[in-house]
Design a protein around this ligand. Structure first.
Ligand SMILES: NC(=O)c1ccc[n+]([C@@H]2O[C@H](COP(=O)([O-])OP(=O)(O)OC[C@H]3O[C@@H](n4cnc5c(N)ncnc54)[C@H](OP(=O)(O)O)[C@@H]3O)[C@@H](O)[C@H]2O)c1
Length: 232
């Protein structure tokens, strides 16, 4: 049985993703800020994780390591950095405190956790990070021309920075012959706490796309949306 570690499996896309992997016969290590989720499965193990707290990240990775070792499990085949936050949804200007908060979750905490988990990822493994169209610098050309409202700048900046982390990680792992693929994915506009009730895509539809990417071996260091490359 292969193992996937997915952050933020309590709700939204992460919850649907954990259930997809379990239904496909995977062992799933999930995280939530409380250490609990409202569903269970013999192949699901939950650890608590707050990406804003370095100690929580250290403790979570140490517990994952011990748990894998105690059960004789070989390592992690797929890591999905799904957990993310948007603190400035209604903002039309940059609020620096909200930028700091957003970067702690979407960039710094995510990068810290990923760096700590690399040594547990098996050869042929895949790191998939939930990015967003909102982080595409090229996509800003469309917004510039369309007069769409300028909103959630901190979130946009955090996902653009996450995209560069993903590319730098892909280059490093490639140069060091790690045999680990790294991908960014835009899940679409998804009906979750973050996406809101008007979003056209269900978490289940988004999780199917993410699952298909995660189990494939695409070109490393690319940004994907519905199976196609998306511009950075
Ligand atoms: N929904 C969309 O339309 C959309 C579009 C593009 C990209 N995305 C990206 O897709 C990912 C999932 O989004 P979603 O729509 O499912 O969001 P969501 O419903 O708001 O769920 C967010 C998840 O992230 C976790 N999380 C938040 N802050 C955290 C922290 N400080 N430490 C650890 N975990 C934390 C939450 O865990 P708890 O429940 O334990 O708090 C929850 O599981 C995010 O990275 C998001 O940026 C979403």
């Amino acid at each position: 049985m292969k193992t996937a570690l997915i952050t933020g499996v309590s709700r939204g896309i992460g919850r649907a993703l954990a259930q997809k992997f379990l239904a496909e016969g995977w062992r799933v290590i999930g995280t939530s800020q409380t250490g609990n989720v409202d569903y269970s499965d013999p192949n699901l193990k939950i650890f608590d994780l707050d990406l804003t707290l370095p100690k929580s990240i250290q403790k979570c990775t140490a517990l994952v390591s011990t748990w894998l070792h105690e059960h004789g499990y070989k390592g992690i085949d797929i890591l999905i950095d799904n957990a993310g936050a948007m603190f400035d949804e209604g903002e039309t200007h940059l609020v620096v405190d909200k930028l700091r908060q957003t970067l702690e979750v979407n960039l710094i905490g995510t990068a810290d956790l990923t760096e700590r988990l690399i040594s547990f990822i098996n050869k042929g493994g895949h790191i998939v990070c939930l990015s967003s169209q909102a982080g595409s610098i090229q996509d800003m050309d469309r917004i510039m021309d369309s007069h769409e409202p300028y909103h959630y700048p901190a979130y946009k900046i955090s996902k653009a920075a996450l995209n560069m982390y993903i590319r730098t990680l892909a280059v490093k792992l490639n140069h060091e012959n790690f045999d680990i693929t790294v991908s960014a994915i835009h899940p679409g506009w998804v009906r979750t706490d973050m996406g809101g009730s008007d979003a056209p895509t269900t978490p289940e539809e988004a999780s199917n796309d993410i699952y298909q990417l995660a189990i494939s071996r695409p070109e490393t260091g690319q940004f994907w949306y519905k199976g196609e490359k998306y511009p950075w």
